[in-house]
Write a protein that binds this ligand. Structure first.
Ligand code: PHE
Length: 362
């Protein structure tokens, strides 16, 4: 064996090591070169037959070759291990994100949207939200609101009474589909002590049906009771709300004297508009549009709820939610709100997360 043979064996081995495609091939090469019966090991065994000078030279060359091969194997091992790891990382990658649910179809109904906007604005003014049932007692809906049985004032909100199961039911037993959310005033005053500051949105029922009336519709009620609240607060509160809701900074508001059994004095609330050219436009244009009723809570109502009118006073107001939605979003016919027509809902409904909600406007 000569040094030339050794040199070519070494370069053969190094080339093969460099070309090894995996750990097993590399291990086979290691055994082939450095194993017990490996080529370099075998060559070591032949050193003894050489004379001392040649042995020394050949021994050094052999050791250098063994070192070179070992270093090459080790380096290749690292390269192969790194490649194997990145392949594994690539293959075993887990996507922990959840793709969003498709949202193309559903819409938020204008009533829901408008109710959210109303509640949001009043929440910013310190009002809590109160709820009452759609079917309430005659007492909560009428009697406690200063409308005794058979009083003609009941006709203003004449209503769907539940059929009497027995004759002679008292006002607190007899039930009615509530004709207004004012019943929540009673429930609130019976259930908590002043100061009170609530807003109560919900369904209401009356026997009407035309372009601006449906037997079921929505109202929201406001109620503030404390020791000092006066009519100026009522007007300021409604003005702030209406300007925020319609987004019209100089929207004018007018109180027109009116009558409700449960408030004294009472007023009809009008906002400024224009009807020029048959088109309704809200703003400071000199014309007026009625949008709700209000007043200072009648002392009889306070007394009916166990609140001393000599200590406490306050105001209440009520407005139709559909009416506000129709005005704000230009919806011409009230009846369409409840026809469950998907084309209507697609047109007038709101895409979730795409809502011009004052809560999001900051
Ligand atoms: N409940 C009255 C209605 O439905 C509105 C209203 C509420 C008026 C509160 C005054 C105070 O017409």
């Amino acid at each position: 064996m000569s040094e030339t043979e050794l040199t070519s064996l070494q370069s053969e081995l190094l080339t093969a090591i460099e070309a090894a495609s995996d750990g097993a091939a590399l291990e086979a090469l290691r055994v082939e070169a450095l194993g017990k019966k490996g080529k370099l090991t075998e060559m070591m065994k032949t050193l003894g037959k050489l004379d001392p000078d040649a042995r020394k030279a050949m021994g050094a060359a052999l050791n250098a070759a063994k070192d070179a091969v070992s270093v090459a194997i080790e380096a290749k091992q690292k390269v192969l291990a790194a490649a194997a790891l990145s392949e594994r990382l690539e293959k075993e990658r887990i996507d922990v994100t959840l793709s969003p649910r498709p949202m193309g179809e559903g819409r938020i109904h204008p009533i829901t949207q408008t109710t959210d906007e109303i509640v949001t604005i009043f929440a910013a003014m310190g009002f809590a939200t109160a709820k009452g049932p759609d079917i309430d007692t005659d007492w909560n809906s009428f009697t406690a609101l200063n409308m005794p049985a058979n009083h003609p004032a009941r006709q203003m909100q004449d209503s769907f009474y539940m059929p009497d199961v027995s004759d002679g039911l008292s006002s607190t037993e007899k039930r009615v589909l509530r004709p207004h959310t004012s019943s929540v005033q009673i429930r609130t005053m019976m259930g908590q002590k002043p100061p009170i500051r609530i807003i109560a949105p919900g369904r209401t029922f009356r026997c009407d049906y035309d372009m601006t009336h449906t037997p079921m519709f929505h109202q929201f009620e406001g109620l503030v009771i404390d020791e000092k609240t006066n009519m100026g607060h009522l007007k300021g509160c409604l003005l702030d709300f209406l300007r925020a809701f319609f987004g019209i900074d100089d929207l004018p508001l007018r109180f027109r004297p009116s009558y409700f059994p449960f408030t004294e004095p009472s007023a009809e609330v009008d906002i400024g508009c224009s009807r020029k050219g048959g088109e309704l436009k809200l703003g400071n244009y000199g014309d007026w549009l009625e949008i709700g009723g209000c007043g200072m809570v009648n002392s009889n109502v306070l007394r009916n709820c166990g609140i001393d009118p000599d200590v406490y006073q306050g105001f209440a107001f009520g407005t139709g939610i559909e009416r506000l939605a129709m005005l704000k979003y230009g919806i011409p016919d009230l009846r369409t709100f409840f026809e469950a027509d998907m084309r209507w809902l697609k047109h007038y409904g709101f895409v979730p997360l795409d809502i011009p909600n004052p809560a999001m406007a900051g």
